[in-house]
Write a protein that binds this ligand. Structure first.
Ligand SMILES: [Zn+2]
Length: 210
């Protein structure tokens, strides 16, 4: 019976391999009709294109993040901070997760102890918007509420700001203590995607450094 496969250049064609194994593959790469082979070829092209789009999308987001960091550094100086202060923030930002770095170049609207070099309020708000979108939802309201919280509040959970501050720290390690912490639990509830992204980035960084 005549069989068809997809050529190396992506076109359906009749298979001529009779004595030896076909270089295009085994049974899974062969089809009963030219039409089936053409369908498989298009589906393969579609998968390749989708993979490429995902890669470009990731690259685009990274470039956008770097632009935002550069813009934040310019604003930081324009806001009257000195070059020495900029350098100090740069040292902290360099070892923080990429998507949190821009928040080292702005001042927190709150004068809390953890707001000296990192704008945890701005960073947390940006993560909440990235996670839950611009509109309103119950999950977003809950996240916004958890953002500010306070240490003495009824459920005993620390504010989401503490979680974000902790993972932004240059000495952050994803160890057992972090895994069991209330800060991580709060973040897992309200920002599960950001938590997964940042823990993955930190893990990759640790592997590279080892
Ligand atoms: Zn073949």
């Amino acid at each position: 019976m005549k069989k068809f496969h997809v050529s190396a250049s992506g076109n359906p064609e009749p298979c001529t391999a009779t004595k030896r194994a076909c270089p295009r593959g085994g049974e899974e790469a062969h089809f009963a009709s030219q039409k089936d082979a053409a369908t498989a070829a298009i589906q393969e092209q579609l998968r390749t294109t989708e993979t490429r789009i995902a890669e470009l999308d990731k690259e685009h987001k990274e470039v956008q993040t770097r632009v935002r960091i550069q813009e934040a550094r310019v604003r930081f100086l324009e806001d009257g901070h000195s070059a020495r202060e900029l350098h100090e923030r740069e040292l902290f930002a360099e070892s923080a997760p990429l998507e949190l770095r821009e928040h080292f170049y702005s001042d927190s609207p709150f004068n809390w102890d953890w707001s000296e070099t990192f704008n945890a309020s701005g960073a947390t708000h940006a993560l909440i918007t990235a996670e839950h979108g611009q509109g309103r939802s119950a999950a977003k309201d809950a996240a916004l509420h958890a953002r500010l919280g306070h240490r003495g509040r009824q459920d005993g959970k620390p504010p989401l700001l503490d979680s974000v501050t902790r993972i932004a720290r240059p000495d952050f390690v994803n160890d057992n203590e972090w895994q069991d912490s209330d800060e991580r639990a709060v973040m897992a509830t309200h920002l599960p995607n950001a938590l997964a992204r940042i823990e993955k980035e930190v893990a990759v960084g640790n592997t590279t450094a080892a």
